[in-house]
Write a protein that binds this ligand. Structure first.
Ligand code: HEM
Length: 516
């Protein structure tokens, strides 16, 4: 009897504690909102009945009069910021108070997920960002463009070799393989063609290691969001041993091969090795002080660090870039007049014998407008986030607002997709209209309402790279083919509710019709 009473008492305390977690924003003077106990705003998302983007967009539209909205990711309070002015404060002006991202993965030193730039915090992030930024400068991109073009040409050749007038293509798989090859080539230094060699070990291992839809991975996520403490205590990790050893050995062997044979290659592994060598040479100089020395050694990279960094680029880059390409192929097939204009520009800039140069592709205004509008209408990362790293107060401006004091650790969500689809900022937001980015119209875009690659010092480090890859593959593809709808094409796309990013259900079935 005493035991039952004790259990009831403990359950009551737990219930009161849970309800108290969901009163966080009320205690911060915000109006009370109904949310589901334990799950907060994420109940339907966890059931797979609503996508994360649908949830954000629903809240964004419902509170159209507000500058920000308090919500809950399970028990964790999150602040969804609607106002571009506050977004500017958070991401640029007061960056020092909002430096970090929320942790997505459990922190396990020495595994494939351990050196993900987006997950590093404070000074560790600053150090790593300053090591990696030189890798993505426009001069380095020029060198890497040669590798990207090689992949784009092999990709198009795969279809040119087929003797059909119109080829039906499942673009999701096809572009994923292409993007995986580009990252293998430009990041890991491996030249493969996953459209021809479909079962190659790199593609299979990397696909498995970056697949978040398995039950085990979902469980790890759920547990981590519910209690990072429990997750850390039991050292619960995402990575399987097989995938981890594949990447560790692959990078180790490649480094040895390059160092033994003095091979220099214009890929990200090559740049990192070059930088590591320079750091070591400086560290060896006797005249530097002890503290300078230790600072430099701190930023030195082990082979495991390099492996985890390269893998983090695969993780950040392959699905996002290939999903973006699928949406672009879809828009071009459905908007033949836009495709025609783009093909005309490509034809003016192409020559049969020469590979397109970085300079030429960077000076194609319509291609640039099309890619910009793609990222406006279909921002793959539907939101980004920041964590409060120094206490900050949002001053009241609207009649119903009071000063909002943000504590260290508060999670802030910046709703990219909802802002890109707000008719206040973009007329007819569902229309694919590259003219929005024509030089004469671009200046009318409200600041901080276009952020497909995020904003401020923490913006996507690879945005230039992504744009180049997209430009290159569509340049070669449209040089030879027109993208057309086929019988299986779904004109109205159905979004995948289970994905955190913007991706559609199904295959993106389209046709490639030979132009000549
Ligand atoms: C269509 C493709 C892509 C999109 C839409 C995209 C978008 C984004 C966004 C929105 C962020 C957060 C920025 C912020 O919070 O301000 C981000 C961060 C990041 N992205 Fe991308 N990304 C793409 C492809 C890539 C690729 C190909 C790579 C690597 C090769 C990459 C590497 C990163 C990294 C490392 C960060 C973290 C930056 C930091 O925290 O300092 N992304 N990306």
């Amino acid at each position: 009897m005493l035991g039952v009473l004790l259990l009831v008492f403990l359950l009551m305390i737990l219930y009161i504690w849970i309800m108290e977690q969901h009163r966080y924003w009320v205690r911060k003077n915000m109006i009370s909102r109904k949310v589901v106990p334990i799950f907060g705003d994420f109940f339907l998302v966890l059931l797979g009945k609503e996508s994360f983007n649908d949830l954000l967009f629903r809240i964004y539209k419902k509170f159209h009069y507000a500058r920000y909205i308090g919500g809950y990711r399970l028990l964790t309070p999150i602040l969804v910021v609607r106002s571009p002015e506050i977004i500017k404060q958070i991401s640029v002006k007061e960056f020092g108070s909002f430096m970090d991202h929320m942790r997505l993965f459990p922190e396990n030193k020495g595994d494939l997920f351990s050196k993900n730039l987006s997950q590093l915090k404070g000074q560790n992030w600053r150090n790593m960002r300053s090591i990696l930024s030189p890798v993505f400068t426009s001069s380095k991109m020029k060198g890497m463009f040669v590798l990207i073009n090689h992949n784009s040409q092999s990709f198009v050749q795969h279809f040119l070799d087929r003797d059909h007038h119109t080829i039906e293509v499942q673009f999701k798989d096809t572009f994923r393989r292409y993007c995986s090859d580009v990252i293998a080539n430009t990041v890991f230094g491996l030249d493969i063609n996953s459209l021809n060699d479909r079962g190659n070990e790199f593609y299979v291992m990397a696909k498995n290691a970056s697949n978040f839809s398995s039950f085990r991975r979902k469980f790890v996520f759920f547990l981590y969001y519910l209690s990072p403490f429990i997750s850390k205590m039991f050292r619960i990790s995402f990575t399987s041993g097989e995938e981890q050893s594949f990447f560790v050995n692959f990078v180790k062997d490649t480094i040895s091969l390059r160092e033994d044979n003095n091979i220099k290659r214009q890929d990200i592994l090559g740049f990192l090795l070059q930088m590591r060598k320079q750091h070591n040479e400086i560290n060896d100089e006797s005249e530097i002080t002890k503290s300078q020395k230790s600072q430099r050694i701190e930023s030195d990279l082990t082979e495991m660090d390099i492996t985890a960094l390269l893998f983090s680029f695969y993780l950040a880059g392959v699905d996002s870039t290939s999903d973006g390409m699928c949406f672009l192929a879809h828009e071009l097939a459905l908007n033949p007049e836009i495709q025609k204009k783009l093909i005309e520009e490509i034809d003016r800039n192409r020559s049969d014998s020469v590979v397109v140069s970085h300079e030429t592709i960077s000076k194609m205004p319509y291609l640039d407008m099309v890619i910009s509008e793609l990222h406006r209408k279909w921002p793959i990362n539907v939101a980004t986030d920041r964590v409060v790293t120094k206490p900050y107060t949002i001053q009241p401006e609207l009649p119903n607002e009071k000063a909002l004091h943000l504590d260290i650790g508060t999670n802030i969500v910046i709703p990219i997709y909802p802002i890109h689809h707000d008719p206040k900022y973009y007329e007819e937001p569902d229309k694919f209209d590259p003219e929005r980015f024509a030089p004469e119209n671009k200046k009318n875009i409200h600041p901080f309402t276009y952020m497909p690659f995020g904003i401020g010092p923490r913006h996507c480090i690879a945005s230039r790279f992504v744009v180049l890859v997209m430009k290159s593959v569509f340049f070669y593809l449209l040089s030879h083919f027109e993208i057309v709808t086929v019988e299986k094409t779904k004109k109205l796309l159905k979004m995948n509710k289970k994905s955190l990013s913007l991706t559609s259900e199904g295959n993106f079935d389209l046709g490639l019709k030979k132009r000549r």
